[in-house]
Design a protein around this ligand. Structure first.
Ligand code: TYC
Length: 110
């Protein structure tokens, strides 16, 4: 004799699994301003790693320069972390102190 409680538990589990598959959490990759990294290097990073067109790369770089922080792109966690690691290595090789960070986007309610 199957109970209703068991049935409900199974339904809830399946719904949660399905939601996770549908909407992976997304993360913003943030670029932080500093006084030593060249504008040219930041534009190069935005173009080569974050696939921004030239004009958009310049716009984002200037936003960070004047406001202190800005969004380079939005990705799933693993891709965001991989891009941060790539840029940190590139910056280190050029001896620039460029800093990046990752923050989760707020979950939407739909
Ligand atoms: N402020 C830097 C300069 O004047 C340029 C810069 C922009 C550095 C964005 C870092 O994330 C950055 N050379």
């Amino acid at each position: 004799m199957g109970t209703h409680a068991d049935d409900d538990a199974n339904v809830v589990t399946e719904e949660r699994k399905q939601e996770k598959l549908k909407r992976p959490r997304l993360y913003r990759v943030l670029l932080h301003n500093d006084d030593y990294t060249t504008r040219e290097f930041v534009v190069f990073v935005l173009h080569s790693v974050f696939h921004r067109e030239e004009a958009e790369a310049v716009r984002i770089m200037l936003h960070v320069h004047y406001n202190g922080v800005g969004v380079a792109g939005v990705y799933t966690r693993e891709i965001a972390e991989t891009k941060v690691n790539r840029v940190e290595r590139m910056a280190r090789e050029e001896e620039f102190p460029l800093r990046l960070s990752i923050e989760p986007e707020e979950e939407d309610e739909h």
